[in-house]
Design a protein around this ligand. Structure first.
Ligand code: PLP
Length: 220
């Protein structure tokens, strides 16, 4: 655990009123426990199996975020406890999450992932598809999903102005959706963007949640 970085990033989050998710993927439970002992509770994993395995070995009051791509057939394994699913990138997945929530009587918190990068390897709704989907109002009947906001990943590039532009675009979309679709719903308040390499820009552009792995845990 990099205590100095942890303190530094935590303070930056406090300054912006943002929440820090410590991304522990590929890292052993002993290292996660160090963060727990330092008082940290919110952790992010990108694989369902790994998340479930680690949860079983760690204290029950930890808050688990699923940050990566999620397959519909795996939702059931995390539905009972997951704090927030960041990567909801299609309607089928959203409906499956709702179905699993209904089964166990739990309303599941999710973020809609938007494609903002210029990289084919990244997932997410296009702005246009997302607007179209929300316009259909079907999401309003999903009683067991709580749409808490948006998530996005910028292009992996050294071009900082491009990253800023992408984050700024996501923030503008977030504000637009807040007004058009979620104005009565104060749960739509989370903008998850920014990782180790670009979190400072993300905070400046309005992130309310950042997901930091390597800077806290070391390179993977
Ligand atoms: C791995 C990962 C992160 C953290 O990346 P770092 O560069 O290690 O900070 C954030 N978000 C998602 C979706 C990830 O998969």
């Amino acid at each position: 655990m990099n205590h100095q970085k942890y303190t530094e990033i935590s303070e930056e989050c406090n300054r912006y009123g943002a929440k820090l998710i410590a991304v522990s993927k590929t890292k052993p439970v002993a290292q996660i426990k160090e963060f727990y002992d330092a008082g940290h509770r919110a952790f992010g994993e990108n694989k369902v199996q790994e998340l479930v395995d680690k949860k079983a070995q760690l204290p029950p009051d930890m808050e688990w975020h699923l940050i990566g791509h999620l397959q519909s057939n795996k939702v059931k394994y995390i539905a009972p406890f997951v704090a927030l699913i960041h990567g909801v990138d299609n309607e089928k997945l959203l409906i499956e999450i709702n179905k699993q929530g209904q089964k166990i009587g739990r309303k599941i918190n999710i973020l809609l992932q938007v494609y903002i990068a210029q990289e084919e390897t990244k997932f997410g709704w296009s702005e246009e598809d997302l607007m179209q989907f929300l316009n259909k109002k079907k999401h309003q009947n999903l009683d067991y999903t709580n749409i808490c906001g948006l998530m996005g990943m910028a292009t992996n590039t050294a071009n900082l102005s491009q990253i800023r532009k992408e984050f700024n675009g996501l923030k503008l979309l977030f504000d637009k959706l807040t007004q058009s679709f979620f104005d009565q719903k104060n749960d739509f308040n989370t903008l998850s963007m920014g990782m180790s390499s670009d979190y400072k820009i993300a905070l400046e552009e309005g992130a309310t949640m950042i997901r930091i792995g390597s800077m806290l845990f070391g390179e993977r």
